[in-house]
Design a protein. Structure first.
Length: 336
């Protein structure tokens, strides 16, 4: 086995891009279902787990699109399998597609990269100045609130949880409700309660969607409310709107270093429904490491709101991973 990768990060969250792993299926959603066993899953483990990756690695296999309406497709993966959506990965893929010439882009202006993902068709709008990418806007699938105020007894007390869909289903609640703050010093405790809530809510009836491939809770979003921005009055240039810090604990204890793209989309849907994100306003969304996304409602549809999340991705480097046939750790390992 010999696999070449190009690694990027979006707001600190890794994204390992792979173009050489073959997948099968008539659509990206079908390719995901079929990739869960066989060679694609072996390649995922090989690239994601130690000693070639780590428990918080993330990446994607580039696939053909579902039809001519998209530039390409992608199967997103993490240490526990294949996800249905990934906003930070879509942002990285937009920058990568323009950087590599896969999608043509002007030196001044913007280019739209259209990508088929398991949850639907998304876009990365790549903005350029002087021949350089300056930011990428992730336009997600329609996102919606599924259920609110669900009571749950946890090891850290009784809480109420909201379930929101942003391409994947998230359970979300204030970090203060479990006696924590979204700070690096609380990472171990945030992981533990995030895992606990995810698995407690995974089989909840509200988390079972008509398309079973999208059912189940993908992660837990724990939030600190930081008030509201005042149109850049704080010197950050942030737009007027709610300001929050979050950590998304997804899969089985994986921590998103970024503010989480699809998770941010879910937060936009929830804040919009509660009247806390008005037309023309943006959510300023910070991560546990202090990086930032901004997000807004781009459109209201019968299926929910269409969020747009703005951020930037950066190229880290390239790698060629090889398997020595004598290596007893060919399938990788995880300590989490």
């Amino acid at each position: 086995m010999r696999i070449e990768t190009e690694d990027w990060h979006t707001a600190g969250e890794p994204f390992r891009i792979v173009t050489s792993v073959a997948t099968e299926g008539a659509s990206v959603a079908e390719r995901r279902a079929r990739a869960m066993t066989g060679e694609p899953d072996a390649a995922r483990r090989f690239l994601c787990l130690e000693p070639r990756g780590h428990d918080d690695m993330y990446g994607g296999f580039i696939t053909p699109p579902d039809d001519d309406g998209a530039d390409f497709g992608v199967l997103f993966w993490h240490k526990d399998g294949f996800s249905t959506a990934c906003g930070h990965g879509t942002i990285a893929l937009g920058a990568w597609a323009v950087e590599t010439g896969r999608v043509a882009a002007p030196d001044e202006g913007e280019a739209t990269v259209t990508i088929d993902v398991p949850s639907g068709r998304v876009q990365a709008i790549v903005r350029r100045e002087a021949g350089r990418t300056i930011e990428v806007v992730f336009r997600n699938v329609a996102s919606r609130v599924i259920a609110t105020g669900i009571p749950l007894t946890t090891s850290r007390g009784d809480v109420t949880v909201d379930l929101v869909y942003g391409g994947a289903i998230y359970a979300t609640l204030p970090a203060a409700a479990v006696g924590l703050a979204v700070e690096p010093r609380h990472t171990t405790e945030l992981i533990a309660i995030g895992r606990e809530i995810k698995w407690a809510m995974d089989a909840h009836p509200a988390a079972q969607l008509e398309d079973a491939r999208l059912s189940g809770v993908y992660g837990t979003i724990l939030v600190d409310d930081l008030g509201r921005t005042a149109g850049g009055a704080d010197g950050s240039g942030s737009p007027t709107g709610p300001h929050q810090r979050n950590v998304t604990v997804f899969a089985d204890g994986q921590v998103d270093r970024s503010p989480c793209g699809s998770g941010t989309a879910a937060r936009v849907a929830l804040l919009h429904e509660r009247g806390l994100l008005e037309p023309g306003e943006a959510l300023t969304h910070d991560s546990i490491i202090g990086t930032r996304f901004t997000a807004r409602v781009a459109e209201e549809t019968a299926d929910g709101v269409v969020p747009e999340v703005t951020a930037m991705a950066y190229r880290v480097g390239t790698s060629t991973f090889e398997l020595d046939p004598r290596d007893p750790l060919a399938t990788g390992f995880s300590l989490r």
